[in-house]
Design a protein around this ligand. Structure first.
Ligand SMILES: Nc1ncnc2c1ncn2[C@@H]1O[C@H](COP(=O)(O)OP(=O)(O)OP(=O)(O)O)[C@@H](O)[C@H]1O
Ligand SMILES: [Mg+2]
Length: 224
């Protein structure tokens, strides 16, 4: 599976989710590549930290807007079970290129109206990418929800208006999500009993279940 984290809004948790998602797939014994398409290089630094601390880490490669070319990501991706692409916090050529090669676009969105308003431009970008790649799937994931706030309690309703699928799973605002990256680990490895780990595993399971291609039914012969 090639999964990209995209959003028009910066700071909504793309890199945080990309890193923990990739580490979780690695923990599930899959061969994982992170494509760091963000000049901020958050994912690349996280992998460096992990290596320095002696933790297992996914492979990582930096790529830009040419990644969709046959000799770029499609060529490298063959050596891995999963690729997780972290993109910059701005819709543009890099996010478009990521979507053109992805099977699944995960769109983190915060609980504020300002975050939700950006979804319409993401929908346009998804439509453009689907002219190249019809089977591209997409889902919004609510991030950093604060369940004790009024806005946090009602955060799901405005998402339904976006016309995009919204995952049942979400992340809430928790320290473990912030701390894990500096520790060179995904949240589920950093704090396996924390609610953040539960949230992450649920997101990974939900995305993988959406990626399962229904098997073709065998024709049952009635002997005639
Ligand atoms: N569930 C969470 N709980 C608490 N803090 C979080 C959570 N998710 C992300 N954060 C924090 O929010 C900030 C922004 O997260 P992150 O860098 O992953 O966003 P981003 O979308 O990749 O940003 P950019 O667009 O700048 O690349 C970071 O400080 C991160 O630690
Ligand atoms: Mg980022």
């Amino acid at each position: 599976m090639i999964l990209s984290l995209v959003s028009q809004k910066g700071g909504v948790g793309k890199s945080t989710l990309a890193i923990s998602f990739a580490w979780e797939l690695l923990a599930r014994k899959r061969r994982v590549l992170i494509v760091d398409a963000d000049p901020q290089a958050t994912a690349s630094v996280a992998v460096e930290v992990a290596k320095e601390l002696g933790h297992p880490a996914p492979s990582v490669v930096a790529m830009g807007k040419e990644m969709y070319r046959d000799d770029q990501l499609p060529a490298i991706a063959r050596g891995f079970d999963d690729v997780v692409i972290d993109t910059p916090g701005k819709l543009g050529d890099i996010q478009k290129a990521a979507l053109m090669v992805s099977d699944f676009a995960l769109i983190p969105v915060g609980q504020s109206a300002a975050d939700v308003w950006t979804l319409s431009s993401t929908v346009v970008l998804l439509e453009q990418a689907r002219t190249f790649h019809q089977s591209l799937q997409a889902a919004v994931v609510l991030t950093r929800r604060k369940p004790r706030t009024a806005i946090g309690r009602n955060a799901r309703a405005p998402l339904e208006a976006s016309g995009l699928r919204t995952l049942q799973s979400e992340t809430t605002d928790r320290m473990a999500w912030q701390e894990c990256i500096g520790a060179g680990l995904g949240v589920a490895q950093y704090a396996p009993r924390d609610q953040g780990a539960v949230e992450l595993r649920s997101i990974v399971d939900e995305v993988l279940s959406l990626m399962v291609v229904p098997r073709k039914r065998k024709k049952v012969s009635n002997g005639r």
